[in-house]
Design a protein. Structure first.
Length: 258
């Protein structure tokens, strides 16, 4: 299998990796119809497809794509607004066919985390152990991480970034030293910019009416629970109506004593 020969290759010099990564960075900016600047504000699944073709050519000798798409199985890409904790995911789907199972693969990237980072919270951003200066660099590090997941899934049928094999491959191909990211989450941004955290009591207004409750969760919006006797019963023995409110529209009151 040609892909396995690419996996077993010797590690290239660090400067060669950096040069290839920078070349992909520049091509993305010049050819993408969405990503026109390093701190882009729009991204499309076509951008991920372009990234894949560039990485496949430069790092996998154009062997990863054909291996993932063997036997007419699809490889798809998705931009997710709902992923608020993980920067990316790679999923292997099993499809049952008359002559046996087939596999398809999907790489998804979180636009929510990318757009929350390099915006209005200033701190050092590291992804996979590498400091990133802008969203394009962060996108590349996330995508590289997912490419290692895909490589393992295609070659061995499973993948785990907590295992030695993954970590060795991630360093061998892309000089990654960590399997985590430090992108700005909606929860961190809510705490930093608005002083609001899960458990805090808040008030807000809707259609001229004021409500008070506590923040149960923060994703793209805050989930606020307001006591209401006609609403579902929760495990604390109280009934709450659930509201999804932009954090910027909440007024902090005090910490919850629940």
């Amino acid at each position: 299998m040609e892909l396995l020969s690419q996996i077993s290759r010797k590690q290239p010099p660090l400067e060669d990796v950096r040069e290839q990564v920078r070349e992909i960075h520049d091509i993305l900016l010049s050819e993408s119809r969405s990503i026109r600047e390093t701190n882009f504000t729009s991204i499309h699944s076509d951008d991920l497809s372009l990234l894949f073709e560039l990485y496949d050519e430069m790092f996998f000798d154009s062997q990863l794509g054909p291996a993932a798409r063997a036997n007419d199985t699809p490889l798809s890409f998705r931009v997710s607004k709902r992923m608020t904790r993980v920067g990316g995911t790679t999923t292997r789907y099993r499809h049952y066919r008359k002559h046996g199972p087939k596999w398809s693969y999907e790489i998804a990237i979180s636009s929510t985390l990318l757009f929350s980072t390099f915006y209005d919270v200033n701190r050092t951003i590291e992804v996979t152990g590498i400091e990133c200066q802008n969203r394009v660099e962060a996108l590349q590090r996330i995508f590289e991480h997912e490419l290692i997941h895909l490589t393992e899934m295609v070659a061995w049928g499973d993948s785990s970034c907590s295992q030695q094999r993954f970590q060795t491959l991630a360093f061998q191909f892309f000089t990654h030293t960590e399997a985590t990211h430090q992108l700005i989450t909606p929860g961190e941004r809510a705490a930093e910019k608005f002083g609001i955290r899960p458990g805090d009591r808040v008030r807000f207004r809707i259609d001229g009416s004021q409500f008070e409750g506590f923040v149960n969760r923060i994703t793209k919006r805050a989930t606020v629970l307001v006591e209401d006797q006609s609403s579902p019963l929760y495990s604390d023995g109280k009934r709450y109506a659930k509201f999804y409110i932009p954090v910027s529209l909440l007024e902090p009151m005090s910490k919850s004593s629940r």
